[in-house]
Design a protein around this ligand. Structure first.
Ligand code: PMP
Length: 396
């Protein structure tokens, strides 16, 4: 049977990572994957996570199955974290289902859309996170791209709003809540307000992907747009990842949130999500969700986690500022200016695929062919040489 399988495409990001693994130049720098690294190049276990794991190891008595929605306390904590705590807010008309990380949430919500209306069009930014289109199409949905950046490299408010005027009622628009991957370009709060107005007027449903909250302007600031949308629109879908902001990449922790106009529709959506999970993997893994819950439910651990997250964010911001300063010093002011406006773990270098290849060949710097680099992956002492490399390939 397997002889019948035609050669399948491979994942370009992981291909580059494997190529990096075979590069024996000591100065090689992997800026391909979106993983936070500290100054030593390590992706650390956060201290709050380690402490939560110790507590869990000491007190856990059973590994019995959880329910179909996973860990209920985790789901409650994530609803509070994302939508804001307390009664009277949008969390009152929402349900959350624990998922296999952010990717699992995207897929489960895509399945929910398909189960609701198989012909639904999902609007996806261009450029988008590499896995957005494949996940949506794998769930059977139609994808339609919409622009993201203007000619100056900022958010294209007028252009996006113009395109979304064509969105039909019950179309879904995928938005990244903060730290847009791959561009680092986010709408400003006024732009978000205009997007909310467009959704209410046009009847399209926002589908917010949250993977980097806490790594842009701060945890609450990064959640502001999502919370504002949730206050304004009748229905909304949110895919939450705990991979980056808890450093739980390999534990695969996240959740799918649905907001509905009635308790009945929310209940139905939650059951549909459970049914989708049941046919894919039955139930999500418990460990990472238990770690996140232990942190969020304990005042001390929660404060320690937030402080650690602030340190990570500070390192990313310092790296970007330093790269901007070095590029400016090399006379690349235009490129420096557009990098300075970007936020979060990624930046998009204004380089062609050929220039990115040259950066890899001549400077051992691995970014994606589209020009995306992981700002959090640069050791501070490597920034001057990285800037020199960028400036040099810009001339070629
Ligand atoms: N959304 C975006 C925008 C991402 O960048 C990522 C990870 N790179 C994800 C979702 C999925 O993250 P994970 O499945 O590792 O939680």
């Amino acid at each position: 049977m397997l002889e019948l399988l035609p050669p399948p495409p491979t994942d370009p990001l992981w291909d580059l990572t494997y190529e990096f693994g075979t590069d024996d130049r000591p100065e090689r720098l992997n800026l391909v994957l979106g993983v936070y690294r500290d100054q030593t190049g390590t992706t650390p276990v956060m201290a709050a996570v380690r402490e939560a794991e110790i507590r869990l190891a000491e007190r856990s008595e059973s590994k019995e199955y959880r329910g179909l929605s996973g860990n209920a306390a985790f789901n409650r904590s994530l609803l509070d974290l994302v939508l804001g705590p307390g009664p009277g807010g949008p969390a009152d008309r929402a349900a959350a289902v624990q998922t296999v990380a952010g990717s699992g949430a995207l897929r489960l919500l895509a399945d929910l859309i398909w189960r609701t209306r198989p012909g639904t069009t999902v609007w996806v930014s261009d450029p988008a996170y590499v896995n957005h289109r494949p996940i949506l199409e794998a769930a059977g949905l139609k994808v339609r791209p919409y622009g993201w950046r203007d000619a100056e490299g900022g958010f294209d408010t007028a252009g996006v709003l113009r395109e979304l005027r064509e969105a039909r009622r019950d179309d879904v628009v995928l938005l990244q809540g903060c730290c847009h991957n791959p561009t680092g370009v986010d709408p400003l709060l006024d732009d978000w307000e205009a997007l909310a107005e467009s959704a209410v007027r046009g009847g399209w449903v926002p589908f917010v992907d949250l993977a980097y909250h806490g790594l842009g302007d701060g945890l609450d600031a990064d959640l502001l747009a999502t919370r504002m949308l949730a206050e304004r629109v009748p229905e909304m879908l949110i895919a939450v990842s705990c991979s980056k902001n808890f450093g739980l990449y390999s534990d695969r922790v996240g959740c799918a949130i649905v907001l509905g106009a009635s308790a009945r529709s929310v209940r139905h959506a939650e059951t549909a999500l459970q049914n989708a999970a049941r046919t894919l993997y039955s139930m999500p893994p418990e460990h990472g969700a238990a770690v996140v819950t232990t942190i969020l439910e304990d005042e001390g651990l929660r404060a320690a986690w937030r402080a650690e997250l602030d340190v990570m964010r500070g390192r990313i911001m310092a790296n970007r500022a330093d790269l901007v300063a070095h590029l400016s010093a090399l006379g690349r002011t235009e490129q420096a200016r557009s990098l300075a406006r970007q936020k979060g773990m990624f930046s998009m270098l204004p380089l062609t695929p050929q220039q990115m290849l040259r950066l890899r060949r001549q400077y051992a710097v691995y970014g994606t062919t589209s020009g995306r680099i992981n700002i959090a992956g640069i050791p501070a002492n490597r920034i001057p040489r990285l800037a020199q490399g960028i400036a040099a390939v810009l001339d070629t």
